[in-house]
Design a protein around this ligand. Structure first.
Ligand SMILES: Nc1ncnc2c1ncn2[C@@H]1O[C@H](COP(=O)(O)OP(=O)(O)OP(=O)(O)O)[C@@H](O)[C@H]1O
Length: 319
């Protein structure tokens, strides 16, 4: 569905160094990235600010052409076949709307129907379906400028999917949304992926989006892919520590066990950081030997911790 081979993109930036002097510097926004996304996959695209995510998305959607390397989306070269590609792809930019500010949402969607030349009957059916899934009914007649951010995003998602494209590319679709709107958007995307088989590439800083929706993540740092694989393997690869939550039978001072650090104590409950290289079962056995234990649970690190660690270590993944 999406094939990217060794793409590069550099920008030349002119910076002022004095009253008249300017210096030209080259920014390697994308520096040799390759990946493929198969039909029906839901892939998260992560990276710190300025890593090159938007530049990649712009090359996938034909807004920018790569300096070198090749991109194929639905078999097309996006920068050369932008119009043909538009029929096969839906794009949502969370920070920008594709809707007409002064028009009611319904009219915006009708205009989009004409742009994509969707036949009237198919449009009616699709709009009814999207209206139900995204609960657009209460604000279809409201001008876009009066919509809340969450309503506007639901409208943008409908606009991107009206022509039923097999590929959906999303750049920060949950940015600024409240918890309820986020849940609506995530639930909707999950259904689009599982029920219609739409291939989805999702760029986000919201790790909750990734954890809820994506089996595969790609992480970009300084224009290069630092990781491409499933989330669990990433957890193990960055060797983020696990936490053992121990309930002792009664409150006690922090337990003492070689290699294990007690992070927090609350009454009889203690949180123990267990380094990845230690065998958790052996730690549990050693604890049970020395302390009266009522209950015990092992927690894998949250995705926040995994990603923070990856960015901090300069994006090196060794596993
Ligand atoms: N049009 C442009 N002209 C000059 N430099 C640019 C341009 N677009 C992007 N860059 C630079 O390229 C690098 C990658 O930017 P990009 O917008 O792709 O990052 P990003 O991962 O999307 O970041 P963010 O999470 O902040 O949106 C940055 O250093 C940015 O300043």
């Amino acid at each position: 569905m999406i094939e990217v081979t060794d793409i590069h993109k550099t920008f030349t930036v002119r910076t002022r160094t004095g009253r008249l002097r300017r210096r030209r510097t080259t920014v390697r926004a994308v520096d040799g990235i390759s990946f493929t996304v198969a039909p029906g996959e839901f892939v998260g695209y992560l990276g710190p600010n300025g890593a090159g995510k938007s530049t990649t998305i712009k090359m996938l959607t034909g807004i920018l052409s790569p300096g070198s390397g090749t991109v194929r989306v639905a078999g097309l070269d996006p920068s050369r076949r932008r119009t043909a590609l538009a029929r096969r792809i839906g794009v949502v930019f969370g920070q920008r709307t594709t809707l007409w500010w002064d028009l009611p949402l319904r009219d915006s969607l009708t205009l989009i129907r004409h742009l994509y030349r969707v036949e009237a009957g198919a449009h009616r059916r699709r709009l009814a379906e999207l209206t139900e899934l995204l609960d657009l009914g209460p604000f279809l007649s409201t001008p876009v400028r009066q919509l809340s951010l969450g309503q506007r995003m639901r409208g943008d998602l409908a606009a991107a999917l009206l022509h039923d494209p097999p590929i959906l590319v999303l750049d920060e679709p949950t940015i600024g949304l409240d918890v309820v709107s986020k849940a609506t958007v995530r639930g909707f995307l999950e259904r689009v992926n599982t029920e219609r088989g739409t291939t989805i590439l999702l760029t986000t800083h919201d790790l909750g989006d990734i954890e809820r929706l994506c089996r595969r993540v790609m992480i970009i740092d300084h224009g290069r892919l630092a990781y491409d694989g499933d989330l669990d393997r990433l957890r193990a690869a960055v060797a983020a520590d696990r936490v053992l939550v121990v309930d002792l039978e009664r409150p006690a001072p922090p337990v003492r066990l070689a290699g294990v650090v007690v992070e927090r104590v609350e009454g009889p409950r203690q949180w123990l950081r267990v380094p990845r290289e230690m065998n958790a079962a052996a730690v549990v056995a050693a604890l049970a030997d020395r302390y009266p234990i009522a209950d015990i649970a092992l927690r894998e690190p949250g995705i926040e911790e995994v990603v923070t660690r990856l960015y901090r270590d300069g994006g090196r993944v060794t596993a």
